[in-house]
Design a binder for this molecule. Structure first.
Ligand code: AMP
Ligand code: GLY
Length: 427
């Protein structure tokens, strides 16, 4: 099978690593790819992942059998529709189905209509009306931009003042913040359950827990995710069954009833409140960094499964899992999720690998044509989240101990990471 992977973050590096283990893989390309992905796939940097027509042409010209779409933006932008119209199979939902992530209002209304458990909410396009509603409800309360805002369009306000300010801040998200969702604050333990689906059958992956806040103790700003571990013990067998029965199956069925077939990875961000899972959000793609801990534990052939999702012929086969635990620590640029420096040299990646870590590149680049004062071939930082360091071990405690030993040998200026990944599960 000839495969084209779209994206170049840590999630896509983990996908490339796993896909490359499949005996069915023949040619492998990535657009744009990354310094990590280039070890598995030919990376093509001169095509934009927003340019559907150019991506379709590339897929045709290279006899691609399956396009795997990593990030949400091209999914929401209708890339899968464009590929399918040209007769090319793709792993990932079409534009209508991707609204589940692309519009919080679409997702919330679908859940309400079909009785899928989630926080109570109201939708506003008038800021004053939103503020009046917030005053009537009091804090804590949650304010969200409707559209895509790279994980930053959500403010969990602890006070009334914060919530009122949040309504005005939604303006900074442009069109994504024209409409606002105000929702009930849910108190509980968060978990992410990713599931593979062909629009009929659903295969949930093992649960993971992300750490969204920038600082230890879940303090600081929300980020794309500072680390993760799997399996997450908060999703025990009972919760896992509830997630499948009350959330995943009804959501795929609800979409179907609305005339939408969802194929790809359905990501349910959950809050476990008093033994009951509720939906915080849906994403229409693999989670990042969750993918960096879930895939190292998956023993089944991912490419086989993705091809079956895209073709609509997923079977009931049980997925096969390692019985180890995985932990991923994200090494971020100092200042992230706000502004940060780039082009800082990274040391110690090979040393960390020799200690047994999997290193997934999220925001790195290799200096070419010395486009700064650096030397050609040097690995430098190029994003907020720079590297994911993942370790698997027989127990979660061993994985945590080992992952921090690996993290300590990596260095770049202003490097920032959380020191308490998985601490809650170990308590
Ligand atoms: P989202 O982008 O919708 O996943 O929200 C980002 C983060 O905000 C979530 O991972 C939660 O930590 C938090 N959050 C969102 N909605 C709620 C809610 N209704 N109650 C409590 N926390 C929430
Ligand atoms: N880890 C959060 C996300 O992928 O959206």
């Amino acid at each position: 099978m000839n495969v084209l992977l779209i994206g170049g973050g840590g999630r896509e590096h983990a996908l490339a690593w796993k896909i490359s283990q499949s005996p069915r893989l023949e040619k492998f390309f990535a657009i744009p790819g990354s310094p990590g992905i280039k070890n598995f796939a030919a990376c093509v940097e001169n095509i934009s992942i927003d340019d559907n027509a150019a991506l379709v042409n590339f897929a045709k010209a290279n006899a691609i059998d399956l396009v795997v779409v990593g990030p949400e933006a091209p999914l929401v932008n209708g890339l899968v529709d464009a590929l399918n119209s040209a007769g090319i199979k793709a792993f990932g939902p079409n534009k209508d189905a991707a609204q589940l992530e692309g519009s919080k209002i679409f997702a919330k209304r679908l859940m309400k209509k079909y009785g899928i458990p989630t926080a109570d909410f109201e939708v506003f396009d008038d800021r004053d009306a939103a503020k009046n509603y917030i005053r009537s409800k009091g804090a804590p309360i949650v304010v969200k931009a409707d559209g895509l805002a790279t994980g930053k369009g959500v403010i969990v306000a602890q006070t009334l003042d914060e919530a009122l300010t949040a309504v005005d801040e939604m303006k900074t998200f442009g069109a994504a913040g024209n409409k606002i969702v105000v929702e009930e604050f849910m108190n509980g333990e968060e978990a992410s359950v990713l599931a593979l689906t062909d629009g009929e059958k659903i295969l949930p992956l093992i649960a993971a827990q992300d750490h969204k806040r920038a600082q230890d103790g879940d303090k600081g700003l929300n980020t794309g995710g500072m680390g993760a571990y799997a399996p997450a013990p908060v999703v025990d067998e009972k919760i896992s069954a509830l997630v499948e029965e009350k959330i995943l199956r009804p959501t795929i069925a609800a979409l179907k009833a609305e005339g939408i077939t969802y194929r790809g990875c359905l990501y349910a961000g959950l809050m476990i409140c008093g033994g009951e899972p509720k939906v915080v959000e849906f994403n229409c793609r693999f989670g990042d960094p969750e993918t960096q801990v879930v895939l190292p534990l998956l023993q089944s052939d991912l490419l086989d499964l993705m091809a079956a999702c895209a073709a609509g012929n997923l079977t009931d086969e049980k997925l096969s899992w390692s019985d180890e635990s995985a932990v991923c620590v994200i090494l971020a640029s100092g200042g992230y999720p706000k502004s940060y420096k780039k082009n800082l040299p990274i040391d110690g990646v090979s040393k960390a690998k020799s200690l047994g870590a999997l290193i997934f590149h999220a925001g790195t680049k290799i200096i070419k044509n010395h486009d700064s004062e650096r030397v050609n071939g040097e690995l430098v930082t190029s994003g907020g989240r720079v590297l994911g360091v993942t370790v698997t071990a027989p127990t979660l405690q061993e994985a945590v101990d080992k992952v921090y030993r690996c993290v300590e040998v990596i260095h770049f200026n202003d490097m920032h990471y959380r020191r308490d990944i998985a601490a809650r599960a170990l308590k």
